[in-house]
Ligand binder design. Structure first.
Ligand SMILES: Cc1cc2nc3c(=O)[nH]c(=O)nc-3n(C[C@H](O)[C@H](O)[C@H](O)COP(=O)(O)OP(=O)(O)OC[C@H]3O[C@@H](n4cnc5c(N)ncnc54)[C@H](O)[C@@H]3O)c2cc1C
Length: 489
């Protein structure tokens, strides 16, 4: 049975033991625990927050983020895009589910450091298991066709499982567990390694107000989110001055987040009725699915694009980020034109895959948090390729819409990344998977290259993030890791 214990009720200096110690009870940590539920082993999760999020735990997320044009200086990107609490960040939004697939997993010669080194069909099997946990497996929406639509852009569907939080969806899988405990208010502050054996021997944890304790386990998994897992590895530098697993200076590098931007408005003469199902269709199980368009693999190869996913929105829907005056006037123009000819009109939002770049990185800042941990210093500044992809994909879509549907895509002038582009809050790749230690932090089993009993779960292990929402793939990878840990024991 899943048990939640407030760590503040424990005695100072308590030494706890488990077979598996997981740092973080967000979706990645909880999915991993669900995967270990039937192992008969003791699983202990250290969670910084509690059932309800609190301002003091949330303040531990503060740090410095330098994101150039994407976020104005001083805006709290690091706090706004993460939640400290049972269930983590996913407790705050209504989920869109889809897995990274196809060309987004391939090594693409025009994108340095691209390519997932694991077997695609194996990953697909775990994606299906993750869908089962969320109750969306095999629940495709009925086929909806758009005759004459250009094959340059594929239509795919993303699903919203339901109103319930992911945590609520995962709890049935955890309820049957023999021995899983979540210690709330427990902040992991140091990974302690035995210098001779090179293995983790314990994790130190502290409460903001309350005791300090340690956990010893056979295997340890960092599932604290892509930023915090890297921070904890870098800050655990007493024995290894560069931090744990950082012999090749890779921990924290390749940081990325998806970039979302409302690119313009769409007008399709005479297609109002035909387009309606693309906005929202109920699936067989009563969930909601929404159509997305993606440039085909052929188009991406031909133009050397980063991947992207396009979403249509109703013109009268509240838009976020707010449309600029330029796009707003285009929207009005499109709506008026649409009314005149009884046509379909919509806003078009594009999510573009970020480019892997080792210069984008998490380091430790000078400031310390109330637990004495150095705060994060995040650098993610060069978005030229993303901006170029945004422009190129917009123009290719405009051509396709004109060619096959006699429609118009009204685009504001996009030169650099527009002011209204923004990061989505899907952090990844800071502890990326690689075949060799020179190019990443974890191996193909998600084990830290240089530490045999330390693993990482979550989108931090992704080699690339792609343009799809990351949670389902992170869940699939956590289930894959659970199987590995059970096999290994
Ligand atoms: C606004 C928004 C909308 C999103 N929408 C979608 C979407 O529609 N679909 C999708 O797939 N993804 C979406 N995402 C991304 C998704 O939320 C994340 O990828 C996912 O929640 C990450 O899960 P995680 O478990 O890896 O990390 P987290 O959710 O960050 O969980 C990490 C946990 O670790 C805890 N922790 C951190 N440090 C420590 C420590 N030192 N000691 C102990 N515990 C610690 C934290 O308190 C937290 O509970 C969205 C993100 C945002 C911000």
């Amino acid at each position: 049975m899943l048990q939640l214990t407030d760590a503040r009720t424990l005695a100072h200096g308590d030494r706890l033991e488990a077979d598996y110690c997981i740092v973080g009870a967000g979706v990645a940590g909880l999915t991993l625990a669900a995967g270990l539920a039937s192992s008969g082993r003791r699983v202990l999760l250290l969670e910084s927050g509690a059932r309800e999020s609190s301002a003091s735990a949330q303040a531990l997320n503060r740090g410095r983020a330098h994101l150039s044009s994407l976020y104005r200086a001083g805006e709290p990107y690091l706090e706004k895009s993460r939640v400290r609490g049972f269930g983590g960040t996913a407790t705050e939004w209504r989920h869109e589910c889809g897995a990274i697939d196809g060309i987004e997993l391939e090594a693409r010669p025009w994108i340095d450091h691209s390519g997932w080194p694991i077997d695609r069909s194996e990953l697909a099997g775990y994606v299906e298991r993750a869908q089962n946990l969320l109750g969306v497996a095999g629940d495709e929406p009925a086929a909806t066709e758009l005759p004459d639509w250009d094959e340059a852009f594929e239509i795919t569907w993303l699903r919203n499982p339901q109103e319930e939080s992911v945590t609520a969806l995962l709890e049935p899988a955890l309820a049957g567990a023999s021995d899983i405990e979540v210690l709330t208010h427990a902040n992991a502050t140091e990974i302690v390694v035995d210098p001779a054996a090179g293995r983790v021997i314990r994790i130190r944890a502290r409460c903001l107000e309350g005791p300090e304790l340690t956990v010893s386990a056979g295997s340890y998994v960092l599932a604290a989110g892509a930023l915090e897992s890297a921070r904890l590895m870098l800050a655990s530098n007493r024995v290894r001055p560069l931090g744990i697993g950082n012999e090749h200076d890779r921990v924290g590098r390749y940081f990325m987040d998806q970039i979302e931007c409302q690119i313009g408005t769409l007008l399709l003469p005479g297609l109002a009725a035909r387009m309606r199902p693309f906005h929202s269709v109920p699936t067989a199980r009563g969930f909601e699915a929404r159509a997305h368009w993606r440039p085909s693999a052929k188009l991406q190869r031909r133009h050397e694009l980063l991947a992207s996913t396009l979403r249509l929105g109703r013109l009268d829907e509240a838009t976020e980020p707010p449309l600029t005056a330029e796009v707003e006037s285009l929207a009005r123009e499109t709506a008026t034109a649409g009314e005149r000819v009884g046509s379909y009109h919509a806003t078009v939002t594009l999510v573009v895959e970020p480019r892997p770049d080792p210069r984008n990185r998490v380091t430790l800042g000078e400031d310390r948090d109330p637990l004495g941990m150095p705060r994060i210093d995040l650098e993610w500044t060069d978005h030229e390729y993303e901006a170029w992809t945004l422009r190129a994909t917009s123009h290719l879509l405009a051509e396709a819409v004109g060619r096959s549907l006699a429609g118009r895509l009204y685009l504001p002038r996009i030169r650099r990344l527009p002011r209204y582009a923004r990061p989505r809050g899907c952090h990844a790749c800071t502890t990326r998977m690689s075949r060799d230690p020179e190019h990443g932090v974890v191996d193909l089993d998600c084990r830290v290259h240089s530490v045999p009993n330390l693993f990482v779960a979550g989108s931090g292990v992704f080699p690339t993030l792609g343009s799809r929402p990351p949670m389902l793939t992170a869940m699939a990878m956590a289930l894959r890791l659970a199987d590995h840990l059970v096999r290994e024991s």
